[in-house]
Ligand binder design. Sequence first.
Ligand code: GDP
Ligand code: MG
Length: 175
Amino acid sequence: GEYNQKIDYVFKIVLIGDSAVGKTQLLNRFARNEFFFETKATIGVEFQTRTVVLDRKIVKAQIWDTAGQERYRAVTSAYYRGAVGAMLVYDITKRQTFENMARWLEELRGHADMNIVIMLVGNKSDLGAFRAVSTEDAKEFAEKESLFFLETSALEATNVESAFLTVLTEIYKMV
Ligand code: GDP
Ligand code: MG
């Protein structure tokens, strides 16, 4: 029969967290299976998409990326508007980026829908020798705040699929 690529759902997911934690490369990895050591500021597109099949439904993930707006309160409410999922990203080698998660979470909860699915993501797991945030500390924070949690490497493509697919699956359960 005829293959009809009809989109059943579009889910907006926002990436948030400090500058240089790897948000753009996580998105490049998930949307295009690419990785760059240098992220050109001019690449800063608003979002990238990837279509996945969940439970025989065609789901388009529309994933929004901040382009240098990572200063506190610089991300506008338009960025959060309509988001049904969020990835809160820190760098496992930079303690401060993890400490800042509470602030990002507060900002997210102030703007987003009550039922938003949130995944805490500890990126750069390939740099274990320089680890500054233990898996335990992150798990504890995630449990306290009712967040999903995974450590990822956009460079080595570790857990990137899992992180995004978990968020998409959890969103799907609610529609
Ligand atoms: P953003 O500012 O949060 O969007 O961060 P970028 O995606 O631009 O990444 C910042 C820097 O970290 C770049 O040099 C990336 O190549 C690098 N990077 C991103 N993800 C990883 C990772 O998983 N492992 C390693 N080793 N470097 C990464
Ligand atoms: Mg970026």
